[in-house]
Design a protein around this ligand. Structure first.
Ligand SMILES: [Zn+2]
Length: 123
């Protein structure tokens, strides 16, 4: 269990909220001109990375409003919550290198890739 600080209501138990997908997915302006593959990409394809991730949440059992959250998907640490329409705040997150030693290929953990690409993780 963790506590989510709703930007409209304040801190509440996670059970009151529902995950609503990746944040900041803009609807295409030219929707009538998209191919089926392009439309499927807009509807279904998400980054789904490991680490800091912008998510949309819904306070289903509270104010029933949507808001955005910057959360580390590896640790569940919440770095920021902000209202719809606001820009995500700059955060300095200590992203986990990787507790499991996962391969850089196929890993969604961009922080691990950065460390490995620079050779800084070869200790
Ligand atoms: Zn709320």
């Amino acid at each position: 269990m963790f506590v989510i600080d709703c930007p409209h209501c304040g801190p509440r138990d996670q059970a009151e909220f529902a995950y609503a997908g990746e944040a900041h997915i803009a609807r295409p302006a030219n929707a009538d001109e998209l191919t089926d593959a392009e439309w499927a990409g807009y509807v279904f394809m998400r980054r789904n990375g490991k680490g800091l991730y912008a998510e949309r949440w819904w306070h289903a059992a509270g104010c029933r409003k949507f808001f955005n959250m910057l959360r580390n998907t590896a640790t569940d640490q919440i770095h920021a919550v902000y209202r719809i329409g606001e820009r995500p705040p700059e955060v300095k997150a200590d992203l986990p290198r990787t507790p499991s030693g996962e391969a850089s290929i196929g890993s969604g953990n961009d922080a691990v890739k950065l460390v490995r690409d620079t050779g800084a993780g070869d200790a």
